[in-house]
Design a protein around this ligand. Structure first.
Ligand code: SF4
Length: 340
């Protein structure tokens, strides 16, 4: 039986939050607020900035000094690239809630996924270039709209800049939880700078095979880095914690995108998570793969999932002891006739 499901929530008319809603939004004080008050958040931002020199922000370890205008595999220097910022209603239900996730989509990416659905943003350089002050203003505008959280999408290569922006935003009154929504390919030393800063981690567990990760996403040693990432994130925030309205206030939700021809190694990814992380984490098993960008030219990845493939993934995860599952139960868009 499904213990949860990802549903698409109809977009409500957006209004500013009522006084009652504002009281709820501020009843859980995110960790970054306290760290800002003690000066620790500013110290973390300074320490993170040092990682940009001969960049070791992420496991790509590009030998480029981004503080001098050079860029690495993520095509990013010191300027922040933002594709959009808005209330978003297609995340998992505890992230979306009723008023939406306050999503900031960053441009550039540490990975090179051949099937990326946002390739125009992640790989083609689209987006506006801004500084930390403007990013702080975006966060505050999302809070004013009543969003449940600040949902940072593809944030890894901008951790130093995000920390700087967060200092400014917290001083100006930002009080909603911070979601770190990433590919799950992180350096533990960078994550340690986010300890007590991030409330909710929303990473991917993309692959069970380094060979496939390298071939289709250009990430080396993905499996080892991903597993170290998930363990560190779980150490920091623990299992998923919801408020009385079912909205996430803290914890870890791991996403896994099921891919055609067992490309992602779904069973092995899920089994490792069950054996090495707590059953109290959230697990989101996604069926929305389609062959975007360059995947049309890859015989293994040039089609959507079949119904059988997603059903097999559901069988695998439902046999495991996870308490919070987010699954797609409407399989009508998948091919129900094709064999695997
Ligand atoms: S953040 Fe960008 S420049 Fe730095 S190591 Fe990663 S890909 Fe390279």
């Amino acid at each position: 039986m499904h213990r949860g499901m990802a549903v698409l929530v109809a977009t409500p008319r957006l209004r500013g939050p009522s006084l009652e809603v504002l009281a709820t939004m501020t009843s859980h004080v995110p960790g970054y607020v306290r760290l800002c008050e003690t000066g620790e958040l500013a110290r973390r931002a300074e320490a993170a900035w040092e990682l940009l020199r001969g960049c070791t922000v992420c496991p790509q370890n590009c030998p480029r000094d981004r503080t001098r205008g050079l860029t690495g595999a993520c095509h990013s220097g010191t300027e922040i690239i933002v594709g959009s910022w808005n209330a978003h209603f297609r995340e998992e239900p505890p992230i979306t809630g009723t008023r939406g996730a306050g999503t900031v989509f960053f441009g550039g990416c540490q990975a090179r996924c051949s099937y990326c659905q946002n390739f125009w943003l992640s790989q083609l350089g689209h987006g506006i270039r801004i500084g930390p002050e403007r990013l702080a203003d975006m966060m505050l505008s999302l809070q004013r709209r009543g969003c449940h959280n600040i949902d940072l999408v593809t944030p890894t290569h901008f951790v130093p800049q995000i920390l700087k922006a967060l200092v400014i935003a917290a001083e100006k009154g930002l009080r909603i939880p911070l979601v770190y929504n990433c590919a799950g390919y992180e350096h533990v030393h960078t994550l340690r700078l986010l300890d007590g800063v991030v409330d909710i981690y929303l990473p991917d567990a993309k692959y069970a095979s380094n060979k496939e990760a390298l071939r289709t996403s250009k990430m080396h040693h993905y499996v080892e880095f991903n597993r170290a990432t998930l363990i560190e994130m779980y150490r920091q925030v623990g299992g998923l914690v919801l408020d009385d309205d079912g909205i996430a206030v803290r914890g870890l939700i791991v996403r896994h995108l099921v891919m055609p021809n067992s490309h992602a190694g779904t069973r092995e990814v899920l089994r490792w998570m069950a054996e090495n992380l707590g059953s109290d984490i959230g697990v989101s098993v996604m069926d929305q793969y389609f062959p975007a960008y360059k995947a049309h030219n890859d015989p293994e990845l040039s089609r959507r999932l079949t119904w059988h493939e997603y059903r097999e993934a559901l069988d695998a995860v439902e046999d495991l002891p996870f308490e919070h599952l987010f699954l797609q139960e409407d399989l009508s868009e998948l091919d129900q006739t094709a064999d695997i």
